[in-house]
Design a binder for this molecule. Structure first.
Ligand code: FAD
Length: 465
């Protein structure tokens, strides 16, 4: 049965075809609604395509076919962290039981092409104890890993499945305005001035759409709050250093508080046998990492990040992060910086000849060897040095002089729009989900927020109690 209001079928426009938008569409498909997913597409998403950047692209053309579908998620390496408080905090929005229901749903949709990592890993306890002995917290998580070489096919399968259910994709279309009348959303306008009317609009615009999202929120007078930011480096070590650990957890999560500043430092996005890659934030370059299922390097890399929460009078964490990234890019001549840990410790810059003497061969070479302490604030450098010393007590060899450090790695977190139940904003029928709205920081959590927004719409229409 199609749901009609007057003459027309009720229409939901989803802006953003990342995991948040795709999972919202999946939840709404089969509900008798007209679902249209709009994405600005190819150029923006390919900017994130690190497989192309690292020269490892197999030219399968799948990215051309999906053309922006999958968002940043489609170009990631698909580590699925299945935990209510990793990659965002679902427990701020739903009960633990509901959070697991959502996580299981997202896993099920991604799952047929994934490799089961840790479901019944009986060595988690061993690592919890080992870490506790070093004053570090280890968070055991059920994880799956798809691999950046396999993920495009998974996204393509999800897209085809949605199309079979009648979901329409309008790609290469940038939405510029959200139209609101009398406190209720009525549609969106694209960059060519075309208006698309809608009964409900879901904004899942990811990090690429953060600034636009903030502008929309300002224009509509929505209440916003700044979220913390994570600033740090990408660490690269010989794969053998992490071999034992990644058998326990593919992406082991450690958290610690450093002695000098009592700051929280954490490991994030571990890429076993992976590659360090460039990442673009606004107009500056930073680093990230990925690993593939079929192409392996001899190294493992991970992000090592310091959590920064600014308070009044300077709360804008995005501006703070960008100014650090700009400084790092200035020192690096427009490229990320690379330094050996031993050089950082001794207060001297790295050079290619010093790096070439190290037995860890960098997987990203389009960098400038230099001095990271000239780019990152002293407090962050101290946190990184102390944190790596602590981690070395659990992961022996991680803080050796030859360990490679790339900077900057920054995980921006958007301003968060104040939302009510199911992520509905103060504008009726308008929902903000995923990374762009500051609601998530991962594929899985972004997907969960999409499902929740879709459930909100179903509740409004009496399709869900
Ligand atoms: C290199 C890399 C590796 C990563 N690896 C992992 C990982 O292994 N595991 C993990 O959990 N997370 C990973 N992430 C993070 C993950 O990709 C994001 O958390 C996730 O994709 C967020 O989903 P989203 O739907 O909110 O946004 P996105 O996936 O960013 O999608 C947003 C979409 O909105 C579109 N859009 C933006 N503005 C507009 C507009 N105005 N009009 C129309 N369309 C618009 C964009 O084109 C984009 O397609 C990685 C990210 C990167 C960059």
């Amino acid at each position: 049965m199609d749901l009609v209001l007057g003459e027309a079928m009720q229409r939901v426009i989803i802006v953003g075809a990342g995991p948040a938008g795709l999972f919202a569409a999946h939840e709404l498909a089969d509900s008798g609604l007209e679902i249209v997913i709009v994405d600005m597409g190819k150029d923006i998403s390919r900017r994130h395509c690190n497989i192309i950047e690292t020269g490892l692209c197999t030219d399968c053309q799948i990215c051309d076919v999906i053309c922006g579908v999958g968002g940043a998620g489609g170009m990631s390496d698909g580590k699925l962290n299945l935990h209510p408080q990793i990659g965002g905090n679902l427990l701020e929005h739903v009960s633990e039981e509901k959070a697991w229901e959502l996580l299981n749903k997202v896993e099920e949709l991604f799952c047929p092409d994934t490799i089961d990592q840790d479901e019944y890993n009986n060595r988690w306890d061993e690592l919890v104890h080992r870490a506790a002995g070093a004053g570090i917290e280890y968070i055991p998580i059920k994880q799956r890993h798809i691999g950046s070489d396999k993920l495009p096919r998974v996204i393509q399968r999800i897209k085809k499945n949605l199309e079979r259910k009648g979901v329409k994709f309008k790609l290469n279309t940038r939405i510029e305005e959200v139209i609101v009348e009398n406190g209720r959303v009525t549609g969106v306008k694209d960059s060519k001035g075309n208006v698309m009317s809608a009964d409900f609009v879901i904004l899942g615009v990811g990090r690429a759409g953060t600034e636009w999202m903030e502008q929309v929120a300002r224009d509509l007078g929505l209440t916003m709050e700044f979220m913390p930011i994570d600033i740090g480096v990408r660490v690269e070590v010989p794969a053998v250093v992490y071999e034992d650990l990644v058998e326990i957890n593919w992406d082991p999560k450690f958290r610690m508080h450093t002695p000098s500043y009592d700051d929280m430092v954490r490991t994030f996005c571990t890429c076993p046998y992976g590659f360090v890659i460039k990442d673009t934030y606004s107009d500056v370059v930073g680093v990230n990492g990925h690993s593939m299922m079929e192409e392996r390097s001899e190294n493992t890399n991970f992000a090592f990040l310091v959590r920064i929460n600014l308070t009044e009078p300077v709360e804008n964490t995005t501006a703070y992060g960008l100014s650090i990234a700009h400084l790092a890019n200035t020192i690096g001549g427009g490229k990320p910086l690379l330094q050996r840990l031993g050089d950082l410790r001794r207060g001297r810059r790295s050079t290619w000849s010093r790096i070439n003497r190290s037995y860890v061969k960098p997987t990203l070479r389009d960098v400038t060897p230099g001095d990271i302490s000239m780019a990152l604030p002293h407090r962050i450098v101290t946190d990184i040095l102390e944190g790596l010393e602590m981690l070395d007590r659990v992961v022996e060899g991680v803080a050796s002089d030859s360990t490679l450090i790339y900077a900057p790695e920054i995980k921006f977190s958007a301003m968060r729009v104040k939302v009510g139940e199911n992520f509905e904003t103060d504008v009726k029928g308008l929902y903000t989900i995923g990374d762009g709205a500051g609601m998530s920081r991962s594929l899985v959590t972004a997907g969960c927020t999409g499902i929740l927004a879709a459930e909100g719409i179903k509740k409004h229409l009496g399709l869900l109690s």
